[in-house]
Design a protein around this ligand. Sequence first.
Ligand code: IMP
Length: 423
Amino acid sequence: MKTIVVIGTAWGDEGKGKITDFLAAKADVVARFQGGNNAGHTVIVDGKHHLFQLLPSGVVNSGTINLLTNGMVIDPKGILEEIDDLGKKDLNLFISNRAHVVMPYHLAIESANERRKGENRLNTTGHGIGPTYSDKANRIGLRMDQFVGPNFKKQLEGIINLKNLEADKLGIPHFDVDEIYEEYKEYAKRLRPHVIDTSLFLNEAIAEGKKVLFEGAQGVMLCIENGTYPFVTSSSPTAAAVPLYAGIAPWLLEGAVGVVKAYATREGAGPMPTLIPDDKIQAHFHKTKVEYEPRTKTYRRVGWLDTVILRHAKRVSGLSYLAVTVLDILSGLDELKICTSYNLNGEVIDYVPADIKEYEKATPNFITLPGWKEDISHVKSFSELPVNAQKYLEKIEELVGVEIGIFSVGPSREQTIQVKDFF
Ligand code: IMP
């Protein structure tokens, strides 16, 4: 396959960054197509840690072209901080002229709205993602072409007038056009050379037979269309969204790699049917620190692998291969459960209920598999895995009906094992 997308199959944090880094090394073009700096993964370049929230993973490889396409919402200050932190001279980075710009009023409005919602808050990442996509849908957003164009100040004045009416309703201070303009015109100047029509670029690259990797953020269960609404993000992190958000024909995308954590986790609010109630088992996951979220200084909720969700992801997004991550973290557990269906209102169901209140009532049906004790972090092939770990992976393939193309047993590239040659 020459054009593939890497997506998260659940609530994000599946280890997409690692799989994307691994595949980006083989790509000519890497494109982020949705979301903004609500995503994030750490990349180590020359021994230094860099947090990528907007930059596509390909920026670490010289010669790779990196795109942020029209479906994205981009915080100019955030992306310039990332560019400066990386300090790379040959940064082949292009931003869509149709992408929307996250402005300071989006952050302030989001934070006021979350405060106002109190207990019903969504626990968003606080990067202004929702308000920016709202403005896009309301047709009062600021696009990259306007931001870097000659009429930026005039456009900003019109928008700020509207935003100050919103500020009045929320009881927050007014936004000052001049103050924002003086700061943001400098960001616009620096970003101007990067702004192009990324759809034109991508169509040409695909026609020339270039290898293109689309990099998803978040996961299918956080999809605005098919996720656990309203506890979702404001874009669609599915393979199905790539054509629309990147400006290519649907049939130009040849495949999707669904990243699956070997167990389930969820950050933020919202239902999670396979949540593990046993504190001792939660402690097993917590002691590894893998599930610690430094941003919120909390541990993510941990649950057993949920194949109802994976089949949902396969239906609504499309999945060609699975990439199973953090398999090593399961070492040492006596037994492992996998959720095969839910019980809801006296029925056994194999779908994710649309109604969040119904979903909260769903209880999981599990099968139980024996665990393994061995440390598997050094393993280099499927056949080197303990038999029970092999059986666990084979069961996932069988229950989801999608082959495993990659599995990983630790954070480094060498611990990522590609078992099918698909890209
Ligand atoms: P927003 O995307 O900041 O609007 O947040 C909406 C919901 O999506 C919240 O529950 C966030 O915790 C969740 N979310 C957004 N981005 C990520 C991510 O990259 N990983 C995990 N959860 C995320």
